[in-house]
Design a protein around this ligand. Structure first.
Ligand code: 13P
Length: 254
């Protein structure tokens, strides 16, 4: 099996201010430097990206979203090329707060993925079911449909792609998926990637878990062979907690 470098993302969402984002970037850079076995990436609000990029040290910086369009009359949007220009190497595509919060469809997200790839960004593509979908026994169908709809038809480099499995019911709720449920969902992600591409591709892509990851549960989640790291919201805003989570991911390669 190909060796996969753990990946930990800190999705800051719409939090912090300029000074606090730079301070958190510096603290996170120190954790990244101390745990070089893992890739660590922060996703600040757009306006703080240049300040965070200047303070990023060993950590990566990504955008929380990019436009589906290349450039032009799209008020309020930020292009993939602008993210690169501001210092980003990664971008989140299809976070549930955009899929469900803003009604972004797989077709729109597929266009966003095109723009990200053209600009040379590494995409972190998010998928995950709602509580109603899980209770209806449709979680794995939803994961497959979202992956096919967003990734299908794109030429992708497995080493530059991360898939984040984020069940909507676990995001910001304090209700984490069990390690067993997360691992099972990650196997569905890999099986779908194997169907879309091939087994080697599927085994090379990092698949990470998001949804109420914290300093207490990270080690148990990351101990599972299927779970290559995490996409962390609330706990990424607390430097000490994020440090513990990064350390837990880095232990996968020791
Ligand atoms: P929480 O860690 O706050 O549940 O958020 C998860 C998330 O949405 C990361 O992208």
């Amino acid at each position: 099996m190909p060796k996969r470098t753990p990946f930990v993302g800190g999705n800051w969402k719409m939090n912090l201010d300029g000074a606090r984002s730079r301070a958190l970037a510096e603290a996170t850079a120190a954790h990244a430097a101390a745990h070089r076995g893992a890739e660590v990436c922060v996703f600040p609000p757009f306006v703080y990206i240049p300040g965070v990029a200047a303070a990023r040290g060993a950590s990566l910086v990504g955008g929380q979203d990019c436009s589906a369009e290349k450039e032009g009359a799209f008020t309020g949007q930020v292009s993939a090329a602008m993210l690169v220009d501001a210092g980003c190497s990664q971008v989140l595509i299809g976070h549930s707060e955009r899929r469900h919060g803003l009604g972004e469809t797989d077709a729109v997200l597929s266009k966003k993925l095109s723009r990200a790839l053209e600009a040379g960004l590494c995409p972190v593509v998010c998928v995950g079911e709602t509580l109603a979908e899980r209770e209806a026994g449709r979680a794995h169908d939803v994961i497959r449909t979202q992956l096919r709809g967003t990734l299908g038809g794109h030429a992708l480099d497995a080493a530059r792609l991360v898939i984040a499995y984020e069940p909507v019911w676990a995001i910001g709720t304090g209700r984490t998926a069990s390690a067993d449920d997360a691992a099972e969902a990650h196997r569905t992600v890999r099986q779908t990637l194997a169907d879309l591409y091939d087994v080697r591709f599927a085994e090379s892509v990092r698949v990470i878990y998001g949804g109420s990851v914290n300093a207490k549960n990270a080690a148990e989640l990351f101990a599972r062979e299927e779970i290559d790291g995490g996409l962390v919201g609330g706990a990424s805003l607390v430097a000490a907690d994020f440090a513990t989570i990064v350390a837990a991911a880095a232990r996968r390669v020791q």
